[in-house]
Design a protein around this ligand. Structure first.
Ligand SMILES: Nc1nc2c(c(=O)[nH]1)N[C@H]1C(S)=C(S)[C@@H](COP(=O)(O)O)O[C@H]1N2
Ligand SMILES: [Mo]
Length: 198
């Protein structure tokens, strides 16, 4: 028996929730490969482009009119910090894809400022990914990707593109910013897929 028994507030979070090689942080580090782009909502748009070239477009008002969800997720950065139980609000990618006809296998995600990342389209589906616009009950700050970022918490956090601008669906996989630089094409923290070949 453990000394700490589960209480009414739920199970204690700890090392069992940490993927291999990770440590816990309480703060929320900012990791950005370049300067923080300042995108005003009135100048913001999000596009989903299919493999046949059909472009679906949401401006800020149209995006915010979509149904959103509150989710609490653990984050795992490849630089080894993990943050447990982070609270977000966002639009599920499933919602964005409702009227998008596609048979593509891959998604290439691009951001304001030039960042990009790639992942299988199926990892964006089935309640696994959101375009998040709120963190911990507040508007998402510019440093953390505001006005809106991708959130794909089951993969290393470099897949969660901040300042997201577009998702291009494709039959072929195209490496993004860190994937081109030698990071893993998939990035499962539980399998410690940090670098290409891991
Ligand atoms: N546009 C953009 N998105 C990005 C990055 C970036 O440099 N630019 N860094 C990635 C990496 S490596 C991590 S760990 C997380 C960090 O998110 P945070 O700064 O909110 O902690 O954002 C990811 N998304
Ligand atoms: Mo990262």
């Amino acid at each position: 028996m453990g000394i700490v028994s589960p209480g009414f507030s739920g199970r204690r979070r700890g090392s069992a929730d940490l993927p291999p090689g990770q440590y816990l942080v309480e703060d929320f580090p900012v990791l950005s490969a370049g300067p923080t782009p300042r995108v005003l909502p009135e100048h913001w748009e999000l596009t989903v482009t299919t493999e046949t070239g059909v472009v679906h477009r949401w401006d800020w008002d149209a995006f915010r009119a979509l149904p959103s969800e509150e989710v609490t997720k653990d984050l795992h950065c490849v630089t080894r910090w993990s943050k447990l139980g982070t609270r977000w609000e966002g639009v599920a990618i499933d919602t964005l894809l409702e009227d998008v006809e596609t048979a593509a296998d891959f998604a290439f995600v691009s951001s304001y400022g030039g960042y990009s990342t790639n992942l299988p389209l199926e990892d964006l589906r089935d309640g696994q990914a959101w375009i998040a616009f709120s963190y911990d009950g507040e508007d998402l700050s510019p440093e953390h990707g505001g006005p809106a970022r991708l959130l794909v918490p089951h993969l290393y956090l470099w897949k969660s593109a901040k300042w997201v601008r577009g998702i291009t669906l494709s039959d072929t996989d195209q490496p993004g910013f860190w994937e081109t630089a030698g990071y893993h094409e998939y990035g499962d923290p539980w399998r410690e897929q940090r670098y290409a070949g891991d």
